[in-house]
Design a protein. Structure first.
Length: 471
């Protein structure tokens, strides 16, 4: 078996997927879908509720940015935990922590009136939002574990297809939560929304307790290691030449993601009432499902890195044009097309990591990638939200703004947000285009294409692995 650079490590550390692994993976995937539905449901509802009650773009931008910032801060610790423990135990821990956090949030809602929880200048708003955000963030530990479970249970030649199914399930979760979050806030209010989220979290955790994931106990070298194994993460990333560049390429998607996080809901809520906006998000999120199913069926082509960059360029073009006029159908169509591309971009990175990184180190690499990529979104969200609210939107509503940009963007209350989308989309497309001309792109592409399969399709687990699996 031939390898390039440090690739042999991958071969030596991988394990052959166990018989019936696809069936087990399907059960884990469905359980994760329920958990993701729950956290997304409450996360979307919180964003809708805060904006409708305060009409503050700054508040929604801070909430969105804080979520991604917390993901960035905790992802490396999550990845280290995933590598050091059985994946089922990690998922149970994440589900329990989410349930506890949401329950505390529900208790705060019962103790204080809504006016107190919505006071942006008071501490209870930030405590209430922060606890709910933490419950949503801890769920990302489960998603990191799921990415490694693909390697554990699915043959390497089917990794891209399995990652497409992950994107499909995430899209289904997004569709369901988009619709029901808007309806829940519009018709039931925040209190009932919290109760629904707590109940679903408990049900997902109960179901998870009855699942079994066959996995050997991770080997420990006896040395005391820090909770955040930064050195181990960097070593694993550097072992595969060009892998860090791949993470940089994936970050392009998150740069515009920060803009969407801060401004997409405010723009949509200017065009639609909250109940209808939730339905619009639900319908457009079928793009997630379609995109994921296409990857599950056809894969990502011979070179997933090339596919990813081409799609990021297309994302930039969409981001620049889908608010060029204040037309609801153009905005909805742009969101749908954008969501169709997301599963392929995410699956491309996962497929490469699952092939060139040893299984025992994949949690740290996925955590490192999540931390690095997620850091881009809060930077843009925190930067864009105040600039949009205090500078760009007032300017575009002025006579000077309408005179300078009216011909390009039209006129309307949301034209300032449209200008932000236009600029960020152009920057994203140009950055992804430039990536094609870098040495790192060619190196990681060559390594992926030259890398032989991590494990022969007919390999059998050794006696030690079989004994550990029986424990």
């Amino acid at each position: 078996m031939s390898h390039t650079n440090d690739a042999p490590a991958a071969s030596e550390s991988q394990t052959e997927p166990t018989p019936g692994g696809a069936r087990t993976f399907a059960q884990v995937l469905v359980n994760t879908a329920v958990a993701n539905v729950t956290t997304s449901f409450l996360w979307f509802a919180l964003t809708f509720w805060v904006y409708l009650e305060t009409r503050s773009v700054l508040a929604t931008g801070i909430i969105g940015g804080a979520y991604m910032l917390l993901v960035a801060v905790f992802s490396m610790a999550f990845g280290t935990i995933v590598d050091r423990h059985r994946k089922h135990l990690v998922m149970v821990f994440a589900g329990a922590a989410t349930l506890i956090a949401f329950s505390i949030g529900g208790g705060l809602y019962l103790l204080f009136p809504e006016s107190t929880l919505l006071d942006l200048g008071g501490p209870w708003f930030w405590l209430f939002s922060g606890i709910i955000l933490f419950g949503a963030v801890i769920e990302n530990m489960r998603n990191i574990a799921l990415s490694t479970v693909v390697t554990l249970l699915i043959p390497v030649e089917r990794h891209a297809n399995a990652n497409g199914l992950v994107g499909t399930v995430q899209g289904l979760a997004f569709m369901v939560t988009s619709v029901f979050s808007g309806l829940a806030i519009g018709l039931l209010g925040m209190g009932w929304t919290l109760l629904i989220a707590i109940s679903l979290s408990a049900a997902a955790l109960l179901h998870l307790l009855f699942l079994r994931i066959p996995e050997a106990k991770p080997q420990q070298d006896g040395e005391r290691r820090p909770l955040v194994d930064l050195r181990g993460s960097i070593t694993a990333v550097r072992a595969a030449t060009g892998l860090f560049a791949l993470i940089i390429f994936s970050t392009f998607n998150n740069l515009i993601g920060g803009v969407y996080m801060a401004l997409m809901d405010p723009y949509g809520l200017e065009l639609f009432p909250v109940e209808l906006w939730g339905i619009v998000l639900g319908v457009t999120s079928t793009g997630f499902i379609i995109g994921g199913l296409l990857i599950a069926k056809f894969g990502l082509g011979r070179n997933p890195i090339r596919t990813m960059l081409l799609l990021v360029i297309l994302m930039g073009v969409l981001g620049a044009l889908f608010t060029i006029r204040e037309w609801w159908w153009l905005y909805a169509a742009g969101i749908w097309l954008y969501m169709t591309l997301i599963p392929a971009v995410e699956a491309a990175e996962q497929t490469v990591i699952q092939k060139v990184v040893p299984f025992r180190e994949q949690g740290r690499v996925f955590g490192f990638a999540a931390a690095f990529e997620s850091a881009a979104a809060p930077v843009t969200a925190f930067l864009i939200a105040p600039i949009a609210e205090f500078i760009i939107i007032p300017f575009m509503n002025s006579d000077a703004g309408r005179s300078d940009f009216g011909a390009l963007l039209g006129e309307g209350q949301a034209r300032g947000i449209a200008l932000v989308f236009l600029i960020s989309g152009i920057v994203m497309a140009l950055a992804a285009t430039a990536a094609f001309f870098t040495k790192s792109y060619h190196r990681i592409s060559e390594q992926y294409l030259d890398q032989a399969e991590s494990v022969p399709a007919d390999a059998e687990p050794d006696a030690t692995t079989e004994a550990q699996l029986r424990r």
